[in-house]
Ligand binder design. Structure first.
Ligand SMILES: NC(=O)C1=CN([C@@H]2O[C@H](COP(=O)(O)OP(=O)(O)OC[C@H]3O[C@@H](n4cnc5c(N)ncnc54)[C@H](O)[C@@H]3O)[C@@H](O)[C@H]2O)C=CC1
Ligand SMILES: O=C1[C@H](O)[C@H](O)[C@@H](O)[C@H](O)[C@H]1O
Length: 338
């Protein structure tokens, strides 16, 4: 069986995901696309030479019985509505992060999925599929370095545009660290504090950049996460786990070592597309494989998406408070009671 995809949102990552389903992965095919900008959707079909139906709305796309699964790659605020409609139409759903931009929205999705009695949703937390993070988790779990004590994360973009806000540093950017630290440490967040260093002159007037997010995990492990989205030099993702008997760190994949004019240099990646290309391929291939055999997705779940946004909401609160903010208790959305 080939998994027949409809894609909602044909922007930067939507186009990337379409390209990988069509040309790099096995078992999937894009048969329909839509976008709030029909021009963007049409341009995507033409550029990628897709044999796909252009739908004027997602509602029409969801009614297409030939579509097995949808990839939701629209802007974050649109995710909740699209995911709920997709669940209602009985479609499998791969939704880019965040699952929804509010905790209540995530709960509505988790409860809607639970009512179907099936796993339908996977969230695009692709770092769980990155070879570096997977090797890091394996080393932590080996016990060779003793207990983890601290985690240091760095998430730097070369630059962002005027649409990027101080809050987006949480649900658009830091949300990757929130999910990957949960997964690496098999632990939950307890509390968060935000520090604002002096802002860079490269940040637009309404953006505080960089930002430091300090967390206590429930185990007592401390997480220090830097988000700096105008670093100028490139796209730099770092993660060091400091243990009792050693430090384990991911490294950025090096494609080139250049000797020139008396210098040695390693060109840095400039954005997420190349840095996590293998991870994006692996997460979507995993989705396709499990949908194809009828299991339903086994990647990051709607509950993972709910917890990431729950912690994100606490981080946004901490951005405007002076002290520590407690992360609300994680309740099992499957059991209702909200
Ligand atoms: N996992 C990752 O590493 C990455 C994830 N993302 C996530 O992917 C999503 C899209 O990001 P980008 O592709 O960078 O944005 P983008 O702005 O390039 O593309 C978004 C597309 O969605 C369309 N759109 C907006 N609202 C819509 C709606 N209600 N219905 C249908 N289409 C709608 C826009 O017209 C646009 O074509 C975001 O949630 C973002 O957080 C983005 C980049 C990397
Ligand atoms: O999800 C992403 C990308 O993966 C980048 O890491 C972030 O910096 C970007 O803001 C966000 O859209």
């Amino acid at each position: 069986m080939t998994v027949r995809f409809g894609v909602i949102g044909t922007g930067a990552i939507g186009t990337e995901h379409i390209r990988r389903v069509e040309h790099r992965l096995s078992g999937g095919k894009v048969v329909a696309v839509t976008d709030i900008s029909l021009e963007a959707a049409r341009r995507c079909i033409d550029t990628l030479r897709l044999d796909a139906q252009l739908y004027e709305s997602e509602d029409e796309l969801f009614q297409d019985p030939s579509i097995d699964a949808v990839i939701i790659a629209s802007s974050g605020p649109a995710h909740e509505g699209s995911v709920l409609k997709a669940i209602g139409a009985g479609k499998y759903v791969f939704v880019e992060k965040p699952l929804a931009t509010t905790t209540d929205g995530c709960v509505r999705i988790v409860q809607a999925e639970a009512r179907t009695g099936r796993r339908l949703v996977q969230v695009g937390f692709m770092r769980r599929y990155d070879p570096g993070y997977r090797a890091l988790k394996s080393e932590i779990q080996s016990g060779r370095y003793g207990a983890p004590l601290m985690v240091r994360c760095v998430h730097r973009n070369a630059y962002v545009d005027e649409r990027y806000t101080t809050e987006m540093a949480v649900l658009d950017t830091l949300i990757h660290e929130i999910d990957i630290v949960r997964w690496l440490m098999e632990d939950e967040f307890d509390s968060v504090q935000v520090l604002y260093p002096k802002s860079t002159r490269h940040a637009h007037a309404r953006l505080k950049d960089p930002q430091i997010f300090n967390f206590f995990m429930q185990s007592g492990v401390v997480v220090m996460a830097e988000v700096f989205v105008n670093c100028q030099y490139g796209y730099d993702i770092q993660c060091d786990v400091v243990c009792e008997d050693g430090v384990i760190s991911i490294t950025s994949p090096q494609f080139l070592d250049i000797l020139h004019a008396g210098l040695r240099s390693h060109p840095l990646m400039q954005d997420w597309k190349l840095r996590f290309a293998d991870a994006y391929d692996a997460e979507l291939q995993d989705f396709i494989d499990h949908v194809e055999c009828g299991d339903g997705p086994r990647g990051p779940s709607s509950v993972d998406g709910y917890i990431a946004t729950l912690v994100g909401d606490a981080c946004v609160s901490a951005q405007t408070s002076k002290g520590w903010v407690k992360i609300p208790q994680i309740r099992d959305p499957n059991l209702g009671g909200f």
